[in-house]
Write a protein of this length. Structure first.
Lengths: 617, 235
């Protein structure tokens, strides 16, 4: 039976986990590293690198390396202008369409870039299962986590990424909820818990009630644009400003210019991240030649951390609870390693937060547990999550009428009655939005569709009921029927910032074709390299001072002709894209020069010997 | 549907074609989860009496028990019919729980299933009930003056105090209505079955109080918006 894994697809790092004998564990590489950096890099020869290797290439070839792509999932170009500022890679797109990211010489949508990371995790898991001697090591299904505060477009984009990577996404679950599942396993908690999840790019707070093994989310809030990245960026910008001043305090390593080149920005970013890590353990550190104390660092980043507190208070209000009602606080995400975060969260809830489980791994462990529940039907635990944002439709005057309120337990339904404005009207346009604001323009546009096939009737007579269904993934679907005639309506939903099913299918096919093309490109390059070295060696021999005498004394006329012809032949085909011809002519030249090489070798050995005193031999 | 002789069978099992009483969740013949066709109401779905004073802990307990029976997590390997049924039944359960958990939405739902609310009532929050006209006029004048004060540069504390003073009588009115709603709720729960005249009377009184209370809440929300600054609700 093929395997089902849990995947934490993070802004900075991704992980894959699996449940064996009831216990979840993270699948690691041979060096014990469970994290796959969510970084993708394309070499000029077309080879794509993912993870640690791509992370190294971020310093050597930043223009061809992509990171933090999670921030672009389900977004349009207008949403991400601010983000694209200091990134080394190209971000583009048509207004109102999906973002496109330049990776090497090609352009990809964010789900396609994420699919590279997912394929790497899939490969890692399959390798692990093969090593374990599993009968079937294929990994074709997964539970993937998303920030609780992700909207419909971002969830759909994540599911699309899975499909493009060849994974059936059994379930999209929320990261804080997954973490609570991993924590709850040992403790069998009862009561109210708060999960504070502060990662590389996103922040979530979820308040849960755990009872009888049911993990019921009461409320969730957050910011899908708030994480460790923002702290790094804040300090990188300060250093860049300092370097541009007449008397800079910071110094860059040898070979880096103080200009805003992608290379120098990545070098600064690396130093900033290292300093941030240091200051979680130490009271002071060095940042590019400047002494930085933890107190000074905390003063700098305090405004960013403070932005996480308002969502916490809102979540408590929405759950009709006081901070003191929360019995346990769980910390998730790498950014919760910062002492300042622990202190402020502790103060807010009036208790010391839990951090027993590795904050980088706990979400993946929870995802693996959920995957296990789905395939085994194990009923010990049940996750009941909520939709983070209200769902509504546009009504007269550009006002949003809410149909499903935020923090409703999912799956959930809502319905709205529509009618026509003019006689014999047979279609109605519907605009679906997500968000808490009153006006259409302040909310997220999810989809526009046209309700067709309404029977011709006087204006106001048709009664079209549109049913909205949010499934257990937090993803929306729409159905409709005209109640007077019982006619089912045709609905074409065009996602505002997403991909159609056909596009996703095409990307899946493309990824196979490109996987072959990538492989073929690498094979061709290897054949060329081999041919090149044979040509160079041959030409070197032909040009050597000894060659005329060798040719005269040892080689037949036919042998000499064959060498000349073979060399010319290989030099001709090496420019072609035919790997077979290159290999064939390389063999021909090798054969033709075999005798010459032997003779040349013997002569040089003999020359070496005769040139020396016999005694020293 | 099933034949005339089985009128008590209100739902049909899509799996085996057998019939089942309304508000049974699993087919008595084949044990499979039933799709939601015709159902009773939120009260009967949760196995609760149609009353206004409910034991919230019991409602939550029942919600968890039924969630464990219906949730899509447990139907991943089931047939498409069962998966659809699980999605529908879970959604209906969640909607029912959300509605009955809070007293305010519970009473509104009761009026709805009893057929007392008219379609126009859903818009009624925008029309001032006759009994509140006096308060509404007074408040509107007060709000106009407060806006003038603010525009004229009066200190924050001053116009805020005016708003608080304006809100006080309306809050008292709300407390009064809540008490009346509590009393009417007790009456409703104590009604002997079959006394149709008494039911109609209590429901009518409940409807009046609910519509007025909704309107009062809108007034208080308006004052709140004036206090926290003009504009939409703030997050």
């Amino acid at each position: 039976m093929s395997k089902v894994v849990g995947i934490d697809l993070g802004t900075t790092n991704s992980l894959v986990a699996y449940v064996k004998d009831g216990a979840p564990f993270v699948i690691r590489d041979k060096s014990g590293d469970g994290l796959v950096p969510s970084i993708v890099s394309a070499a000029p020869d077309g080879t794509v690198y993912v993870g640690r290797e791509a992370q190294r290439r971020l310093l050597t070839d930043p223009r061809r390396t992509v990171y933090s792509v999670k921030r672009f999932m389900g977004k349009g170009i207008d949403d991400v202008q601010g983000d694209a500022k200091l990134l080394p890679f190209q971000v583009s797109g048509e207004p109102g369409g999906v973002v496109r990211i330049g990776l090497g010489d090609r352009e990809f949508t964010p789900p396609e870039v994420s699919a590279f990371v997912l394929r790497e995790l899939k490969r890692r898991a399959e390798e692990h299962f093969a090593e374990q001697g599993e009968f079937d090591n294929e990994v074709d299904r997964a539970v993937i986590t998303v920030p609780a505060y992700f909207n419909d477009a971002q969830r759909t984009a994540t599911r699309d990424a899975g499909r493009i990577a060849g994974l059936e996404v059994l379930r999209i679950i929320n990261e804080p909820t997954a973490a609570s599942l991993a924590y709850g396993l040992d403790k069998k908690n009862q009561g109210v818990i708060a999960v504070y999840d502060f990662g590389g790019g996103t922040f979530d707070i979820s308040i849960l009630r755990v009872e009888d093994g049911v993990f019921q989310v009461l409320s969730t809030n957050g910011d899908t644009h708030l994480g460790g990245d923002d702290i790094d960026l804040l300090i990188v910008e300060r250093i860049l400003a300092d370097l541009a001043s007449p008397t800079p305090q910071h110094t860059l390593p040898e070979g880096f210019s103080a200009q805003h080149t992608p290379e120098s920005i990545q070098e600064i970013r690396k130093a900033v991240i290292q300093a941030k890590w240091d200051l979680s353990e130490l009271d002071e550190t060095d940042l590019l030649g400047v002494r930085l104390t933890r107190a000074a660092f905390e003063a700098m980043i305090r405004p960013v951390i403070d932005r996480t507190l308002a969502p916490c208070r809102q979540a408590l209000t929405d759950a009709s609870l006081q901070a003191s009602d929360v019995e346990e606080v769980v910390l998730v995400g790498g950014s919760t390693r910062m002492p300042l975060v622990r202190r402020l969260v502790g103060e807010l809830f009036g208790r010391t937060p839990h951090s027993e489980l590795n904050p980088d791994e706990v979400v993946a462990l929870g995802a693996a547990l959920q995957a296990d529940i789905l395939v085994t039907g194990n009923r010990e635990m049940l996750l009941l999550d909520v939709t983070p944002l209200s769902l509504g439709i546009e009504t007269m005057g550009g006002v949003v009428s809410k149909i499903i309120l935020r923090n409703s337990t999912i799956p959930a339904t809502g319905s709205e009655m529509f009618t026509t404005g003019v006689d014999n009207q047979t279609a109605v346009d519907i605009h679906v939005l997500q968000g808490e604001r009153e006006l259409v323009g302040d909310n997220r546009s999810l989809a526009r569709f046209r309700l067709r096939g309404i029977p011709p009737m006087p204006a106001g007579m048709p009664r079209v009921q549109v049913q909205f269904q949010i499934d257990a993934n937090g993803i929306l679907s729409v159905t409709a029927s005209e109640l007077r005639t019982n006619v089912e309506q045709t609905i074409e939903v065009k996602p505002s910032y997403g991909l159609t099913d056909d596009q996703v299918e095409q990307m899946l096919i493309d990824s196979f074709e490109h996987a072959e093309a990538d492989f073929a490109a690498r094979m061709l390059i290897e054949a060329r390299n081999e041919a090149e070295s044979v040509i160079i060696a041959t030409e070197k021999t032909l040009r050597s001072p000894e060659f005329p005498s060798i040719a005269a004394e040892e080689l037949t006329e036919a042998e000499q002709t064959r060498i000349t012809q073979a060399l010319a032949g290989l030099k001709h085909v090496i420019k072609s894209d035919s790997r077979d011809s290159i290999i064939q002519w390389t063999t021909v030249l090798n054969e033709a020069t075999k005798h010459l090489a032997e003779v040349a070798m013997n002569r040089s050995v003999r020359a070496a010997l005769t040139g020396k005193n016999v005694d020293t031999v | 549907m099933t034949s005339q002789t089985h009128t008590h069978l209100l739902q049909e099992c899509r799996t085996c074609g057998g019939g089942a009483p309304v508000d049974v969740h699993f087919c008595p013949s084949c044990t499979k989860i039933l799709t939601i066709g015709r159902q009773g109401d939120y009260f009967s779905f949760l196995g609760l009496p149609r009353k206004l004073n409910l034991d919230v802990a019991a409602v939550e307990q029942q919600f968890r028990v039924l969630s464990r029976q219906f949730h899509p997590d447990y139907f991943y390997n089931a047939t498409p019919t069962e998966r659809r049924a699980s999605l529908e039944r879970s959604s209906y359960l969640n909607d029912a729980y959300r509605t009955l958990k809070q007293p305010a939405s519970r009473v509104a739902y009761l009026l709805d299933v009893e057929g007392v609310l008219k379609p126009a009532d859903h818009e009624a929050g925008k029309l001032a009930p006759a009994s509140l006209l006096e308060e509404v006029f007074a408040l509107n004048e007060e709000l106009d003056e407060v806006r003038d004060m603010r525009n004229g540069g009066a200190p924050d504390a001053e116009w805020r105090a005016r708003l608080a003073a304006a809100a006080a009588p309306i809050e008292a009115k709300r407390a009064e209505h809540e008490a009346q709603l509590g009393e009417l709720s007790n009456q409703w729960d104590a009604l002997p079955p079959g006394d149709q005249a008494a039911r109609t009377a209590v429901l009518g009184a409940l409807r009046e109080r609910v519509l007025e209370r909704n309107y009062i809440n809108n007034l208080l929300a308006t004052i709140e918006r004036e206090t926290t600054g003009v504009g939409g609700p703030q997050l």
